[in-house]
Design a protein around this ligand. Structure first.
Ligand SMILES: [Cu+2]
Length: 119
């Protein structure tokens, strides 16, 4: 009986620690690009440092997008969404910009902003 109590106590402790770690959220962000512009204008998304981010870009034409600061790039095409999966370890404001759209490399317009707040 004592062992069972000990196990219960232990699992409570472990579960408690796990619950703390889960303050780190899984954040899904989706943006749809048409004519080189995000559907509803460039939105800002608020994150907390350490959040696990899945960033998905759907597009009507082939594009390359660049997440500044994190220096991550994704490619997307019609029917083939571009996806970035990363931990938001850097705090600050970071734009995701177009580096190419439909073969044109001239644009650097922002598709969205990530505002990552320090823990
Ligand atoms: Cu860039």
């Amino acid at each position: 009986m004592k062992y069972i109590l000990l196990l219960l106590t232990l699992s409570f402790f472990l579960f408690g620690a796990g619950a703390n770690a889960q303050e780190l959220r899984d954040v899904q962000i989706e943006v749809s690009v048409t004519d080189g512009n995000p559907e509803a204008g460039p939105a800002a998304y608020t994150l907390t440092q350490g959040d696990q981010v899945t960033l998905r870009v759907a597009t009507d034409r082939p594009l390359v997008a660049h997440l500044h600061g994190y220096d991550l790039e994704l490619a997307a095409a019609p029917g083939d969404d571009g996806v970035l999966v990363f931990a938001a370890e850097l705090a600050g404001r970071f734009p995701l910009t177009l580096h190419g759209y439909d073969g044109d490399h001239g644009s650097e317009s922002a598709l969205l902003y990530l505002d990552v707040y320090p823990r």
